[in-house]
Design a protein. Structure first.
Length: 160
C-alpha cells in the first residue's frame, strides 16, 4: 500500500483526498476485524490465520486493476480485512508460545520481521512498478498468497 497506492493514484489522476479515502478504508476494515477478534477471540491454529493472507491477496489484486476510487476503496477495505485477520490471529499465538520473560524479545523480533523485508521488497516492487503498476501489485498479491500457502501448510501449533 505504501508504494503501490500512490503510484496507482498518480497513474489514474486521483486526488490526495481520494487516496486518503482508500487508506481510510484499509484502516476502518482493520479496526473492525481487530475489534471482532478482541470480542470473539482468535483462531487457535496458525494455518487458519493463512485465510488472512488469501483475503489480503485478493484485495491487493483487485486494487491493481481498480479503475475508480470507489472500487479501489472496496479493494483496500478487503485488503485491510485480510491483513487484520492475519495479524489479529497469528500474533496472539506467538505471544502464547513465548515464555513471559521473553515477551520483550518477541516484540523486537516481530518488529524486525515486519521491517527488514521492506528493505528488499520496496526496491523490487518499485522496479516492477516502473514497467507496470498492476504487475507490481499482482506480484505483491502472489507473494502474499504464497505466504498464506506456506502458513497453511504448517502444523497445528507453534513450535510443534
Amino acid at each position: 500500500m505504501s508504494l503501490g497506492l500512490p503510484l496507482l493514484a498518480r497513474s489514474h489522476g486521483w486526488s490526495a483526498s481520494s487516496v486518503g479515502l482508500v487508506i481510510g478504508c484499509t484502516a476502518a476494515s482493520s479496526l473492525l476485524v481487530t475489534l471482532a477478534a478482541a470480542r470473539f477471540g482468535t483462531f487457535a491454529r496458525p494455518a487458519l490465520a493463512a485465510v488472512g493472507c488469501f483475503v489480503a491477496a485478493l484485495g491487493i489484486t483487485a486494487l491493481a486493476f481498480a479503475p475508480s476510487v470507489a472500487l479501489a476503496a472496496a479493494a483496500a477495505f478487503l485488503q485491510g480485512i485480510g491483513v487484520a485477520l492475519f495479524t489479529s490471529h497469528l500474533n496472539p499465538l506467538f505471544v502464547a508460545a513465548t515464555p513471559p520473560t521473553q515477551l520483550t524479545r518477541l516484540q523486537s523480533v516481530l518488529a524486525l520481521s515486519q521491517t527488514i523485508p521492506l528493505l528488499i521488497t520496496t526496491p523490487l516492487l518499485s522496479t516492477l512498478a516502473t514497467h507496470s503498476i498492476p504487475l507490481a501489485l499482482t506480484t505483491a498479491a502472489a507473494t502474499t498468497a504464497a505466504a498464506g500457502l506456506l502458513l497453511g501448510s504448517q502444523p497445528s501449533g507453534l513450535g510443534n
